[in-house]
Write a protein that binds this ligand. Structure first.
Ligand code: WAQ
Ligand code: MG
Length: 278
């Protein structure tokens, strides 16, 4: 199997958006990125799909697209996807209260939740995730500007087809949801992770999620206002986590989704609370 990665960017000489990074004297704006683990016979199809995706992103047209392939030597660990639901939520104000409840159900303290909101409300958007201890709220990622990037993850071809058909029934069959669910399922499979909060940095994409082994993947509509460039990801860790082993798993261990959990429709916070396996 192969890990295929795409990264599209654009150089610019003019204004400096917050997300730009200086690189050999140029300013590079990140346009889009994607990655996944694929079987050898799917490589052609994936390369074409990634190239098309790079060239048709709403953020603009890139002038550099790097696609790389790396053979996976280690046998991927097989994990089940998280169950999917969508929380009934009408505004960013309501979202804040509901996200707090979901994280508390997952065993995250108020202090840690505040630390997470500080990350996702910051104007400096990270490329990766922040690692926050679930009790003390301490931030543990070694590079606070970049964060930790989850990599080497995928979904088997047959399970991807089944997931598409289940998500279609809820009107959710798109790559944003499928890729976020895959990432959240890998993250939740890490023993030392209690939960995750994600808010897209795409100004047009206002649905985020809270996920955990307990709750599954809970989509939160209106988690931010349209037009807002802020976003981010936070992984909440057990207080006594071995940070290097967590980072090793997230970045390096190949994980493939090989079985699915159910996909539900819209649920209220009480319905979600009632569904928690105790
Ligand atoms: N590893 C760790 N963190 C990442 C990664 C990664 N591979 N990719 C992105 N991030 C962080 C980074 O801080 C971004 O700013 C933030 O997450 C958001 O990334 O079901 O599209 O790619 O409808 O904008 C949620 C879908 C979509 C909800 C999330 O995230 C739904 C999304 P984005
Ligand atoms: Mg994005």
């Amino acid at each position: 199997m192969w890990n295929i990665r795409m990264r599209a960017s654009k150089r610019t000489g003019i204004s400096l958006p917050k997300t730009a990074t200086r690189n050999r004297g140029c300013t590079e704006i990140h346009i889009s990125g994607a990655e996944g683990i694929y079987e050898e016979e799917d490589i052609q199809k994936v390369l074409r799909a990634y190239a098309n995706r790079a060239l048709s992103h709403p953020k603009g047209r890139p002038d550099s697209v790097v696609i790389s392939m790396e053979e996976i030597k280690q046998k991927p660990r097989k994990v089940q996807s998280l169950k999917v639901s969508t929380l009934s939520c009408g505004s960013p104000f309501q979202a804040r209260t509901l996200v707090r409840k979901l994280l508390i159900y997952s065993g995250v303290s108020d202090t840690a939740i505040n630390a997470a909101f500080a990350v996702t409300c910051s104007a400096n958007v990270m490329r990766g995730a922040s690692l926050v201890l679930s009790g003390s709220g301490m931030r543990m990622e070694p590079d606070k500007e970049r964060g930790v990037r989850v990599s080497r993850l995928g979904i088997s071809r047959s399970v991807a087809a089944l997931l598409s058909s289940r998500l279609s029934r809820q009107g959710l069959n798109n790559s944003t949801v499928k890729e976020a669910l895959t990432l959240a399922s890998k993250v939740a499979a890490c023993r030392q992770v209690r939960g995750e909060l994600c808010i897209s940095d795409d100004p047009e994409y206002t649905t985020g999620y809270v996920s955990s082994k307990k709750l599954g993947y809970v989509r939160v509509p209106h988690i931010k206002k349209k037009g807002e460039k802020k976003g981010g990801r936070v992984f909440f860790l057990e207080e006594d986590s071995d940070i290097n082993s967590v980072i090793g798993f997230l970045e390096k261990t190949p994980v493939i989704i090989d079985s699915l959990s159910p996909c539900y429709g819209v649920l209220t916070i009480n319905e979600i609370a009632d569904s928690i396996d105790r």
